[in-house]
Design a protein. Structure first.
Length: 296
């Protein structure tokens, strides 16, 4: 019975992780479509405002109250995290407008490897040579996708790489928070600062009255982001992480399908090869961690 329950939890966790990955990619598709004719800052503000309202509603439903106070020792880490969140989000959205969805998603698949390496350097977490080799192969895959120094190189992909680096800073800063700061509080301040930054950038842009269609699409994007966040949190509480985590890479499948269906984009051979290296390195790192945990 215990094994059956564990298997059921693993299936639920895998479905939740797949849902989170699909919701994030669908959000990217909607934002990419809307920002082809709407200023990016305006889209950020509209979507961000709706996300904040949804996050508050989710927090009230789960906890019965909204707690936004942050202990003084956590304040510097909150500031650092919010700055990294703003810059990474804006750079990601700029890259999203300029490069193919599958290419951008392939680059971002190296994020878990980058976070693992940063954690090893900062927190002195053990990292054997096999996992270091896997991380190196993952970064090699990113270089193959980028193709620096060739005719296929797209400078906007470097913007995506900078966004990934800032997400690493954001995630590492999160590790320094005390248990007194809830996940919903952190998420709310992240959405607030991103929305305010969009408003600040909009001061130099020519905003126009959005159509009801654009508002509906951005509302859909906000709902998708909220679903992705809630399901990602739920994923970490259901099933074995080593079983569930690989399903994050289904986002690449969604990116290829939706990129082709909506924008007529099809990854070239080098993007496929680089993506295979990144995903393979990530999967090996997860399986290696599972083996090590099993020995303890």
């Amino acid at each position: 019975m215990i094994r059956a329950a564990a298997a059921t939890d693993n299936i639920r966790g895998a479905l939740l992780m797949t849902l989170s990955a699909a919701a994030l990619i669908c959000n990217d598709v909607v934002v990419k479509a809307v920002t082809q004719h709407m200023p990016l800052s305006q889209a950020v503000v509209i979507r961000g405002g709706i996300v904040m309202a949804l996050m508050l509603a989710v927090t009230l439903a789960q906890q019965g109250r909204i707690r936004l106070s942050v202990p003084r020792p956590d304040a510097p880490w909150l500031v650092l995290r919010c700055v990294a969140e703003v810059l990474s989000t804006l750079l990601y959205l700029v890259a999203l407008r300029r490069i193919e969805l599958a290419e951008l998603t392939a680059i971002m698949q190296a994020l878990p490897l980058a976070v693992t390496l940063a954690a090893a350097l900062i927190f002195h977490e053990p990292l054997g040579w096999l996992r270091l080799t896997a991380i190196g192969m993952g970064f090699l895959g990113v270089l193959i996708v980028l193709r620096p120094g060739t005719g296929g190189f797209d400078g906007w992909a470097v913007v995506a790489l900078a966004s990934m680096a800032l997400i690493v800073v954001r995630d590492i800063a999160t590790r320094f928070f005390t248990a007194q700061v809830g996940s919903s509080t952190i998420a709310f301040y992240a959405a607030l600062t991103v929305t305010l930054s969009g408003a600040a950038l909009g001061l130099g842009e020519d905003w126009h009255l959005p159509s009801w269609r654009d508002i509906a699409l951005l509302a859909l994007a906000a709902v998708l982001l909220t679903i992705a966040y809630v399901s990602a949190v739920a994923t970490m509480r259901v099933g074995e992480i080593s079983f569930v985590a690989p399903f994050r890479y289904t986002s690449l499948i969604w990116a290829v399908i939706l990129g082709l269906a909506v924008f007529g984009e099809w990854p070239d051979l080098w993007t496929w090869i680089g993506s295979a290296l990144v995903v393979g390195a990530g999967l090996y790192s997860i399986l290696r961690e599972r083996r090590l945990m099993g020995r303890m």
